[in-house]
Design a binder for this molecule. Structure first.
Ligand code: SF4
Length: 442
């Protein structure tokens, strides 16, 4: 974002007050703080407007792929390192269905991508896109697969280097806003024309180096295509990491606009490709496309992505309160844990394994785990006793006892004193809960 003085230099300096501020400088200060819109001044020249929009744009352009509830936003990152602040838009993961494998195999890949989702720590994690590639197969099969994918909700990537085939594919999914892959130095003019006509985002790739890639981006932008995705050359994992890092660094640190776009890595399914996929999720692929990936690899990759794109300053939390597991009665035991999502879901899964119905009291610790919260003074006998009272635990269970995490056994005496409940010290790890719950019974 430009400073107030940068903005002021571009304003008309009439001090007329029509923007509701007495001077242009006052207006510039409000604009720098994003409290007003530039349109409030009727006298800004088109040149100044373009310059201000350009300087106020994010270092990496935000690009949307697909439409509807599953549309994916990529780019708009502001950091090199996640721990400095956060990464905002998770890497888009997708399967490639290639017409070289025939139509049936393409349809199977589309179905696999559409069904690949699961819940982890309270969030739905899924494969976000399906990519249809025309390589050595029949164009009719490719188009049929595009139609099939267009019938679903997942965002699509159309992969064809022949502008004619790409044009035909665009025509059958005109309302889906797919990503067009890709314009090369040889096809850039025709692909830019196509992307401009349909207003779809476009991948630029095939450049021999980053300078050439930046020139291609410049050319596309001047031609009116700004929703771009860059594919830097990546002959091996090392060059992939190097080029993606240079692109991110140039965009974020140097504000080098020609490289200020999201990136894509198109991979296969060899062991080195799987390693590159994990590398891309961490640094800095906005999109990773893979072929025929086994679930045992894909699930950890999705969990890795979830971890990388979680705000490190805001722990994932569940709502504090009294939860039921199974159908607990007045005879069922009461356990407590904290509202850090990972802790809650781990405890919950371990309790479910026991098949013993349980009342689970979740204490608000601002999303911190048991030991962290205890050390930080956010999990105290007083806070647990308050939750016991607020959630009317003694009315729900007549056992007059509460199972506490083994790691905080030190709070037993005080908690007993405050609540009158018998304190049962549970295992140090929740994996010990099934055995313990079976022994104390419902
Ligand atoms: Fe300055 Fe424009 Fe505001 Fe007039 S309307 S004071 S020219 S910023």
């Amino acid at each position: 974002m430009p400073t107030a003085m940068d903005i002021y230099k571009l304003l008309p300096k009439k001090n007329c007050g029509e923007c509701k501020f007495p001077t242009c400088l006052a207006f510039a200060m409000q604009l720098a703080n994003q409290k007003v819109a530039l349109e409030a001044c009727p006298y800004v020249s088109p040149e100044a407007k373009a310059a201000l929009e350009e300087s106020g744009a994010p270092p990496i352009r935000l690009v949307t792929i697909g439409t509807g509830e599953l549309a994916v936003k990529i780019g708009d990152e502001t950091q090199l390192f996640r721990h400095d602040k956060t990464f905002y838009h998770p890497t888009m993961l997708g399967f490639v269905a290639d017409d070289a494998d025939g139509l049936d195999a393409m349809k199977a890949s589309i179905a696999a991508a559409q069904s690949m989702s699961f819940e982890r720590v309270g969030q739905m994690v899924r494969v976000d896109s399906v990519a249809l590639r025309h390589s050595t197969g029949r164009p009719e099969d490719f188009l049929e697969a595009v139609k099939t994918a267009a019938g679903g909700k997942l965002p699509m990537v159309l992969m064809a280097e022949d502008p004619k085939v790409m044009g035909d594919a665009v025509a059958v999914c005109a309302d889906k806003r797919p990503l067009l892959y890709r314009a090369t130095p040889q096809s850039i003019d025709s692909m830019i024309a196509l992307a401009k006509a349909c207003c779809f985002p476009l991948v630029l790739g095939g450049a021999s180096n980053l300078d050439e890639l930046a020139q291609m981006a410049d050319k596309a932008k001047k031609a009116g295509v700004s929703d771009l995705v860059l594919e830097p050359a990546a002959s091996n994992a090392s060059s992939m990491l190097e080029n993606l890092t240079i692109v991110r660094r140039a965009a974020v640190k140097k504000k080098f606009r020609p490289l200020g776009f999201p990136t894509i890595s198109v991979l296969g399914n060899s062991e080195s490709d799987l390693m590159k996929a994990a590398l891309g999720v961490m640094k800095y692929s906005s999109i990773v496309l893979l072929r025929d990936v086994p679930r045992e690899f894909l699930f950890p990759l999705m969990a890795l992505r979830q971890n990388i794109f979680t705000d490190p300053q805001v722990p994932i939390q569940v709502k504090a309160g009294l939860y039921t597991i199974g159908e607990p009665t007045e005879e069922s035991p009461v356990l407590f844990t904290t509202n850090f999502s990972l802790t809650y879901f781990t405890v919950r899964a371990d309790v479910e394994k026991s098949k013993v119905p349980v009342w689970l009291l979740v204490v608000d610790t601002d999303g911190q785990s048991v030991m962290t919260a205890f050390a930080a003074g956010k999990l105290t006998p007083e806070s647990v006793a308050k939750s016991v009272e607020t959630e009317k635990v003694k009315e729900k269970s007549k056992r007059n006892a509460i199972v506490i995490p083994g790691m905080v056994s030190r709070m037993s005496g005080k908690l007993n004193e405050l609540t009158g409940l018998k304190i049962v010290v549970g295992p140090r790890e929740s994996s010990g809960l099934p055995k313990m719950l079976k022994s104390i019974g419902p």
